[in-house]
Design a protein around this ligand. Structure first.
Ligand code: ARG
Length: 461
């Protein structure tokens, strides 16, 4: 069987069905450059251990460079009969270095430690790309927050009007979790920066190779301390997948808000033409498809994570072929976010807010009732009583179909002697917002401080 890595003890080649099931080149080929980088490092460590001469090393590196160039320009590609990227690239190396020299490279390594290492290299690179896309999305949210420093809007709980808030405060509330996702990647990378190369099939190698040399060559901080762990663990994959799923969920929440805001009933935002779509039948339509795809793709990212965890559940150590199923979920997660994030960032960056309508609605629906209660507390009324009195004002206003500020001084006095005309100082959106000026509050001064801290943390990731 041409190109096979394991023919020696077999008298027959694999059945077609066996080969078809086993094959992974259609998805692991994208690891080819990482595989070749690993081979360069491995050739160097073989030379350092006295297993390749200087000349052999130079010839091996030249052959690997040629192989990589041929892979990148498509001159060399996986063949139908190649089982996986490792086997195919060994075949390509033998063609370029000759079987005598090329046949020396596999000493002291296994596809088990190779694939575990290449996977981490791929994930570390893509964690950086994804984090860059999240940072662009954060810049879009932050840009909109800074462009609207004093824009009030209705704050909601249970989707019902609750208390007035600043638009900038809400935009930042969608930004903080995404900033934490970037911080999670930074922290995750400490665990990902450990190289399994040198673990061999499971028990290490007998050839006196220095795994830390290889680790350093490949940009890792160190080599693993347990070869079984090195070949069998995939928690670093699962954690990556969890972070990508969380990013999907975080994007889906802001997206859902954009979908609501863009409805006729809300009319809080206008989507930019370039970041929305039309209908094939209804000429008037302008649809928030980016936000809907973000919402939908969150499900897919969660599926990638749960599929991977299910593969790992109860899997005995060390390597089992089940682990070949570790790659497609994380590849899919990376591909999904790398295509989604630029679209979401563009959509957010180009939103036009109807700040007048949002400000008009901010105090409506009795959203200042808490302010009346807390004003009464400042006059010495116990909160339980204050809550009741403010509730009575709401009931009266609701029965008349008016808002709290439409009630007369006499109406308030009729509810309680404590409700003097001075209560009107909190019966405005501005008064309500300005009063919430402690750290984390929605007052313009507090939000300005929040932005300083947000930018400090963003700058340091
Ligand atoms: N292609 C395999 C994977 O992706 C690596 C090869 C290990 N195969 C083996 N029979 N030990 O996990």
């Amino acid at each position: 069987n041409e190109g096979s890595l394991w023919g020696g003890r077999f008298s027959d080649g694999p059945a077609d069905a066996m080969a078809a099931l086993s094959k992974s080149t259609h998805f692991d080929w994208r690891l080819a450059s990482y595989d070749i980088a690993g081979s360069r490092a491995h050739a160097k460590v073989l030379q350092r251990a006295g297993l390749l001469t200087e000349q052999e090393l130079a010839d091996m590196i030249a052959a690997l460079d040629k192989l990589e160039a041929d892979v990148l320009d498509g001159t060399y590609a996986a063949a139908q009969f190649d089982e996986d990227v490792h086997g195919s690239l060994e075949r390509g190396l033998l063609e370029r270095a000759g079987t005598q020299l090329g046949g020396k490279l596999r000493a002291g390594r296994s596809r088990n430690d190779q694939i575990a290492t290449l996977g981490r290299m791929f994930l570390r690179d893509h964690a950086r790309i994804i984090a860059g896309g999240v940072v662009d999305t954060l810049d879009a949210l932050l840009g909109q927050a800074k462009a609207h420093p004093y824009a009030p809007m209705p704050g909601r709980t249970h989707l019902q009007h609750a208390q007035p808030i600043l638009l900038s405060h809400l935009l930042l509330a969608y930004a903080w979790p995404l900033l934490r996702d970037v911080q999670r990647f930074v922290d995750w990378d400490k665990r990902a920066a450990v190289s399994p190369y040198g673990s061999g099939a499971l028990a290490g190698q007998t050839l006196g190779l220095d795994p830390n040399f290889v680790a350093d060559e490949l940009g890792f901080d160190s080599a693993v301390y347990n070869s079984i762990d090195g070949t069998a663990a995939r928690d670093v994959f699962a954690e990556f997948s969890w972070i990508t799923a969380m990013i999907g969920v975080d994007l889906s929440r802001v997206s859902e808000e954009v979908i609501l805001w863009a409805t006729k009933e809300f009319s809080f935002v206008k989507l930019h033409d370039a970041f929305s779509t039309g209908s094939s039948i209804m000429p008037q339509k302008k649809n928030p498809d980016i936000a809907e795809l973000a919402r939908g793709k969150a499900g897919r990212l969660i599926g990638d994570l749960t599929g991977l965890l299910a593969t790992l559940k109860a899997l005995p150590l060390a390597y089992n072929r089940d682990l070949q199923e570790d790659k497609e979920p994380v590849f899919d997660a990376a591909d999904t976010l790398e295509i989604l994030l630029p679209a979401v960032a563009g959509m957010i960056q180009t939103l036009t807010f109807n700040t007048e309508r949002m400000a008009d609605l901010a105090p409506q629906g009795f959203a200042l009732a808490t302010d009346i209660a807390e004003w009464l507390v400042r006059q010495g009324v116990p909160f339980r009583d204050a809550h009741e009195l403010s509730g009575a004002a709401v009931q009266l206003a609701e029965s008349r179909g008016v808002e709290l500020w439409d009630l007369s001084d006499a109406d308030y006095a009729g509810i309680s002697e404590h409700l003097t005309p001075a209560v009107r100082e909190v019966l405005s959106t501005e008064g309500s917002l300005n009063a919430r000026n402690g750290q984390g509050g929605t007052a313009p001064s507090a939000v300005a401080q929040q932005i300083v801290e947000f930018e400090r943390q963003l700058d340091s990731v």
